[in-house]
Design a protein around this ligand. Structure first.
Ligand code: ASP
Length: 303
C-alpha cells in the first residue's frame, strides 16, 4: 500500500476562522513534526506531535485552550488519529484530559475505535495521560465574548437562532446571558518517506453547543481520513461538515484523479460562505491547505 522514496511532508492548521496571528504556533508544530519524521520516519508520530504542540499552546481551541461550555466551566473535547499502517482511534466528549490526541492514539491500541465520556477519561488515567490544566484567562475571555454574541441577534452558530440554546439548555447551572464563536480545531496531516500517511485532529468543539455535543472531529470520514493515496483533515462547523462526510468526500475526488488543490477548494466550496470551513491534505506528491475565512496553517517538506 505504501509508496516508498517520497520526501516527507507536513501540513498543520490552527482552525477555520482562527486568528492568523497565531500562525507561529502552527509553524512550531510543523517544525517539530518534521523533526520527528527525521527521527523515526513514522507519519503518525509526527502528526501527533504537531497536534500535541497545538493542544499545549493555549491559544487554540484544543487541549489547554479548549472553549468552555455555555455554563462557563465544562470542557468537553474530541480527537482522532488515523494512518495507513492500520491505526485508528477516536475520543468523543472527554473531560479533564491534557492531550486528547494522545488518548485517541492509546485507544487505537484497544479492541475499540472510539471511547466517549467518563470511560474515556478513566482510560486516559489508566494509561498515564494527566488531567487538563486549570481554566486560563484566555478561555474565560473567549467565553465572555461568546455570551455577548449569544445575547445578540446575529446567529452565533450559522443558521441557528440564538434562542434555541436557551430553549434546549441542558447544563446543570442556569444560562446566564450578559462577538465571537470558537471554531478552532487543530489538525495535522503527514506523509512519511516510506509513503505512509497519517492524520491527527483535536478540538474543544465548536461554540456555542449544548452539553454532550460531538462534532465532526472524531467521526471517520467527516473530520479526518487517511488512505493509501493521502490524508485529509477538516475544520469548521461540525454539524455542516458531517452532512458532507467532508474528509472522505475530498479523498474520493483524489481517488478519481483530481489534484489536491482543486479537491480542497471544491470541498470548501460545498458550504455557504457564512459557514467557516478549512481543509488540509497531503498526497503522494502534494501538500496543501484551503479555507473560506482565513486559517492559520503551516506546510513543510523534507529536503
Ligand atoms: N470541527 C470542529 C467541531 O465542530 C470545530 C472546528 O473545527 O473548528 O467540533
Amino acid at each position: 500500500m505504501s509508496n516508498p522514496q517520497q520526501a516527507g511532508a507536513v501540513v498543520v492548521h490552527g482552525g477555520a476562522g482562527a486568528p492568523k496571528e497565531n500562525e507561529d504556533g502552527c509553524v512550531l508544530a510543523a517544525r517539530r513534526a518534521l523533526a520527528q519524521l527525521e527521527a523515526n520516519g513514522d507519519a503518525l508520530d509526527a502528526a501527533i506531535l504537531a497536534v500535541t504542540t497545538l493542544e499545549d499552546d493555549g491559544r487554540f481551541n484544543a487541549g489547554s485552550g479548549s472553549s468552555l461550555g455555555l455554563d462557563g466551566e465544562t470542557i468537553e473535547m474530541d480527537a482522532a488519529i488515523m494512518d495507513t499502517r492500520g491505526r485508528l482511534g477516536t475520543v468523543a466528549c472527554v473531560r479533564d484530559v491534557k492531550n486528547p490526541v494522545k488518548l485517541a492514539r492509546a485507544i487505537a491500541d484497544t479492541p475499540h475505535v472510539m471511547l466517549a465520556g467518563e470511560g474515556a477519561q478513566r482510560f486516559a488515567r489508566s494509561v498515564g495521560i494527566p488531567g487538563g490544566a486549570p481554566i486560563s484567562e484566555h478561555q474565560r475571555a473567549q467565553h465572555r465574548e461568546l455570551m455577548k454574541e449569544l445575547a445578540g441577534s446575529v446567529p452565533a452558530m450559522p443558521g441557528v437562532d440564538n434562542r434555541m440554546f436557551e430553549r434546549l439548555w441542558n447544563y446543570k447551572t442556569p444560562l446566564q446571558l450578559p462577538k465571537s464563536r470558537a471554531c478552532d480545531t487543530v489538525g495535522a496531516v503527514v506523509r512519511d518517506p516510506s509513503g505512509h500517511f497519517a492524520v491527527a485532529v483535536s478540538t474543544g468543539g465548536s461554540a456555542p453547543s449544548l452539553l454532550g455535543r460531538v462534532g465532526d472531529s472524531p467521526i471517520i470520514g467527516s473530520g479526518f481520513y487517511a488512505g493509501s493515496l493521502g490524508a485529509i483533515a477538516a475544520t469548521g462547523v461540525g454539524e455542516h461538515i458531517i452532512r458532507h462526510l467532508l474528509a472522505r468526500t475530498v479523498y474520493g475526488w483524489i481517488e478519481h484523479g483530481m489534484a489536491l488543490d482543486e479537491a480542497l477548494k471544491r470541498g470548501v466550496d460545498l458550504f455557504d460562505k457564512n459557514v467557516e470551513v478549512g481543509l488540509i491534505g497531503v498526497t503522494r506528491t502534494e501538500a496543501a491547505s484551503y479555507d473560506n475565512q482565513g486559517m492559520p496553517y503551516s506546510k513543510m517538506t523534507q529536503r
